[in-house]
Design a binder for this molecule. Structure first.
Ligand SMILES: C[S@@+](CC[C@H](N)C(=O)[O-])C[C@H]1O[C@@H](n2cnc3c(N)ncnc32)[C@H](O)[C@@H]1O
Length: 254
């Protein structure tokens, strides 16, 4: 990315998430059930123990960090990074001062010392990044992990190719620079990142887009995309999404 495109990327994302921060948890409750969200968070935190250290990238309103704080019981180091001050404000209100929350752009580097964390997580962030920034993010995460440390990411993607799905992808890119890749291509590229050992991915279908099409979502970007699809004479219920669960570990001797 050039300096100019970095600045306009960050400005667009901040403006999208400033608006989304007004209804984020409420809208998300309509996309993804509470049980499905907890399952994703539990999986991401599986290896976190009291006394452990964790960094959550794109921490949003702080729901994963809230669960992490419960697990570490005040013994450990918890940190969150997010690009949008309005999301961080909500996270601060949720988490108080026991968690280190930082504003930063994960597409341009991670401002932490090498080998600082036992666990790095990211829930619904990777699709926010330009595709060419993802390998360098994974490389930066690898360097932040302690030997034996684990990176767990949940990445929304497209499950099935059709005209409505293509329209969804195009409008998400135009309206929010969001890059929802098809599951097979995304899995291949995540498994291809160098460094990690015990790399694995798993695909699960998600109801996010079809639930959004049925419900009264306040977030203007998604409501706008669903209207774009309808205005083309297509059916938003045809947009099938999924999530990829990515897990990788830093070698114990590295
Ligand atoms: C879809 S939300 C996910 C929030 C949270 N992880 C969750 O699952 O509820 C994406 C979050 O990533 C943040 N974000 C977007 N682009 C980012 C970037 N380049 N670096 C850091 N955070 C970013 C947004 O501000 C937003 O809070």
């Amino acid at each position: 990315m050039t300096q100019k495109s970095k600045t306009s990327y960050a400005a667009l994302k901040r403006s999208v998430y400033r608006e989304y921060s007004r209804s984020y948890d409420e809208d998300r409750g309509q996309f993804v059930s509470g049980a499905a969200l907890m399952q994703r968070i539990d999986w991401a935190l599986e290896t976190l123990r009291p006394g452990g250290s964790l960094l959550d990238l794109g921490c949003g309103t702080g729901q994963l960090l809230r669960q992490a704080a419960d697990r570490t019981q005040g013994k450990g180091l918890l940190a969150g990074l997010d690009l949008t001050p309005h999301m961080l404000r909500l996270a601060r209100a949720e988490l108080g001062c026991g968690v280190n929350l930082l504003e930063g752009n994960a597409a341009t580097g991670l401002p932490f010392k090498e080998k600082s964390f036992d666990v790095v997580t990211s829930l619904n962030l990777v699709q926010e990044l330009p595709a060419d920034a993802v390998p360098s993010l994974f490389d930066a995460v690898y360097r932040l992990l302690r030997p034996g440390g684990v990176f767990r990411a949940v990445v929304p993607c497209m499950a099935e190719k059709n005209q409505a799905a293509e329209m969804f992808r195009r409008m998400a890119q135009i309206r929010g620079q969001m890059d929802f890749r098809y599951a097979d291509e995304l899995e291949e590229s995540l498994l291809g990142v160098p460094g990690f050992v015990e790399k694995c991915t798993e695909f699960c279908p998600s109801t996010a887009a079809t639930n959004a099409a049925k419900s009264n979502v306040r977030f203007k970007l998604f409501a706008g995309i669903l209207n774009d699809i309808k205005n083309e004479g297509l059916d938003p219920n045809q947009v099938q999404q999924g999530v990829i669960f990515f897990s990788g570990r830093r070698g114990a001797d590295d």
